[in-house]
Ligand binder design. Structure first.
Ligand code: ADP
Length: 633
């Protein structure tokens, strides 16, 4: 029979499994039982909707058989089974899209050991303990079975086989014991019992195993004999149906990791019951890390839906609002129609009620976390804050009121994260607006000429380090009655009345100088004016209050679709207290035309300071060189 090779990605993961030095090989059993349980879920669901596929609940089981004399363990389920194509597709490649990421993490090496154990490694984990794996499976849609077999590295074979009933039987030929690894332990009753209890207790189908019982010998008083009996090893109570106080954090974490394919503990667990018009139990998780594809279209949001403990749907996305799409988990309700389909979800009144209720719960859980677990919340925000911000400006801001207190910005308050509420609480008495500055790093923003003045006034400034931040506040317009104001836009209004007056007088006295500079820069800036925002720098460029900002221009310049489309209306501001201003006045008085080149140089400098490209760097360099020559004459 021709051997087929594993797909490249799977082969590498497989190698890591086979050669794993990982001590917690135990998890293979959890993975195989979890797969069996999923297969039973699928079969049971079909049996409820398709009269030809009727099956009694009691016949849905998982059976573990130990054959110590043959170094063999068998895990069998009466689930949905697999066709030859499915065996090929599911076991020839690792279906899970995160497998590449997982492997990369593994190969990075450092916390290798932890990762293997925490990642739901799936079917392949069988190769940590087995030198040969045989999967006999019959799909509920077929009359014949197929057998897939592999010793790991050298590929696999698939052939037809006889199988009387639907389901899957996985036979593991265990590796030989070594000094350090006792694989034969997996064939002992206590070990299997222990593992099932520890990792698979909540599986909702019986995990049965033949166990040895001592019973009194009826023929001889005081003597005991051993008999073999089938026993169900797990309690079969799903975790979410258990009493909250009886569940340990480890149990939640293990459940999350196995069921939702993560290798890190969740950041937050929400487990609650709602009684009323619509009763339900929810067990929701906020992941502890951003799924690698979270911001890509192949990320599938949604939670699992159960009705009366019966699995109905995976990834029901209508149950979770888009701004909380990072939430995973499940809900189980007694009040839902069993026949509900994915398409009907959106229309169903009960489902809409359910979704609204879940939305509120997640919201208040996040509020609590922000209040009581600041550090954890900030970490959460690093992972998913972008999605909350997106939620604010999406759909023209319909959700902005709910979300505005959940977002964080870094600010001049020691670079720490702040909420808008906290910012407003710290505002100076006379301060009306919320100031922000856009830039790609705190260092870049702190270098902006205008920051000096704001520091001098002791006004806090929000660092907008993300291009979307300005869209977010643009949609919000104001927070608690305070407008958002870019430090690089329009008139900042930082001066006292006296200072304002003095500036106006100065502007009037230097009217011609400013006008001539403006003429020299025609087409580049709308006007040249005396600045109220500069302290030690000579010039800066700001944009018009009502137009697009310079940051937006910068952002859009990187987008090929928008190149040249949107430009900020620029204004060159000059510091009237800077010696350069006095020099310009003098030069202008002698010969108005002589300041043309100075204006151009100052304009280019302002652009450079703000990280904007200058139009003609060669020309700029030529002018500076000429100046240097003149200075050394
Ligand atoms: P995952 O379970 O995360 O999808 P696995 O590698 O464990 O990844 O399994 C791959 C796929 O093989 C499963 O998604 C499922 O379709 C199929 N599969 C595995 N075990 C069984 C089983 N016992 N019965 C039916 N299908 C199974």
């Amino acid at each position: 029979m021709a051997k087929k090779q594993f797909k490249a990605e799977s082969r590498r993961l497989l190698e890591l499994m086979i050669n794993s030095i990982y001590t917690n090989k135990d998890i293979f059993l959890r993975e195989l039982i979890s797969n069996a349980s999923d297969a039973l879920d699928k079969r049971y669901y079909i049996s409820l909707t398709d009269p030809d596929q009727k099956v009694a609940k009691k016949d849905l089981t998982i059976t573990i058989t130990r054959l110590p004399d043959a170094d063999t363990m068998i895990i069998e389920d009466t689930g949905i089974g697999m066709t030859a194509e499915e065996l090929e597709k599911n076991l020839g490649t690792i279906a899970r899209s995160g497998s590449r990421e997982f492997r990369e993490q593994l190969e990075k090496g450092t916390d290798k050991i932890d990762i293997i154990g925490q990642f739901g490694v799936g079917f392949y984990s069988a190769f940590m303990v087995a030198r040969q794996v045989t999967v006999e499976s019959r799909s509920i849609h077929e009359e014949v079975g197929h057998v897939w077999t592999s010793t790991g590295e050298d590929g696999y074979t698939i052939a037809e086989c006889e199988k009387k009933t639907p389901g899957t039987r996985i036979t593991l030929l265990l590796k030989a014991d070594t000094e350090d690894e006792k694989y034969s332990e997996y064939l002992t009753e206590y070990k299997v019992r222990d593992l099932v209890k520890k990792y698979s207790d909540y599986v909702r189908y019986p995990v049965n195993m033949e166990v040895t019982k001592s019973v009194p010998d009826p023929t001889e008083e005081g003597k005991y004999i051993e008999t073999q009996e089938m026993e169900t090893l797990n309690s079969m109570i799903p975790l979410w149906k258990k009493q909250k106080s009886k569940i340990t954090p480890e149990e939640y974490n293990e459940f999350y990791k196995t069921k939702f394919n993560d290798w890190e503990d969740p950041a937050k667990v929400l487990h609650y019951n709602v009684e009323g018009n619509l009763s339900y139990t929810a067990l929701l998780f906020i992941p502890g890390r951003t799924p690698y594809n979270f911001y890509y279209s192949d990320f599938e949001p949604g939670i699992q839906l159960y009705s009366k403990g019966v699995f109905i749907l995976d990834k029901a996305k209508d149950l979770i609002p888009e701004h909380y799409r990072f939430v995973t988990g499940l809900v189980d309700s007694d009040d839902l129609n069993l026949n509900i389909s994915r398409e009907m979800l959106q229309q169903d009144r009960q489902v809409r009620l359910l979704a609204r209720s879940i939305d509120k719960k997640i919201h208040s859980a996040l509020e609590d976390m922000l209040k009581d677990e600041r550090e954890a919340y900030e970490k959460f925000f690093d992972n998913f804050g972008l999605n909350l911000k997106y939620g604010i400006y999406k759909d023209y801001g319909v959700h902005k009121d709910e979300l505005q207190d959940l977002i964080l910005f870094r600010s001049t308050n020691e670079g720490k994260y702040t909420t808008l509420k906290e910012y407003v609480e710290r505002m100076k008495e006379e301060q009306k607006d919320i100031y922000y500055a856009c830039g790609s790093s705190i260092e870049e923003i702190e270098k902006m000429p205008v920051m000096e003045k704001l520091h001098a006034k002791d006004y806090e400034v929000l660092y907008f380090l993300d291009e979307r931040d300005e869209f977010v506040t643009g949609i919000m317009n104001a927070y608690d009655g305070h407008a958002f104001r870019s430090v690089n836009k329009g008139d900042l209004d930082l001066d006292s009345e006296d200072e304002k007056k003095a500036r106006e007088e100065k502007a009037e006295a230097n009217k011609f100088l400013l006008e001539d500079m403006g003429k020299a820069l025609e087409g580049k800036v709308r006007e040249v004016r005396i600045s109220s925002r500069l302290v030690s720098d000579p010039v800066c460029i700001v944009s018009d209050e009502n137009g697009p900002s310079i940051e937006l221009e910068k952002y859009l310049a990187n987008d090929p679709m928008n190149r040249n489309a949107i430009k900020a209306t620029k204004i060159l501001e000059i510091n009237a207290d800077h010696p350069i201003f006095a020099a310009l006045q003098k030069k202008h008085e002698a010969d108005p035309d002589s300041i043309r080149e100075d204006a151009e140089i100052l304009y280019d400098q302002a652009l450079l300071i703000q990280g904007l490209p200058i139009e003609d760097p060669a020309e700029y360099a030529r002018k500076i060189t000429a100046l240097l020559l003149k200075a050394s004459e």
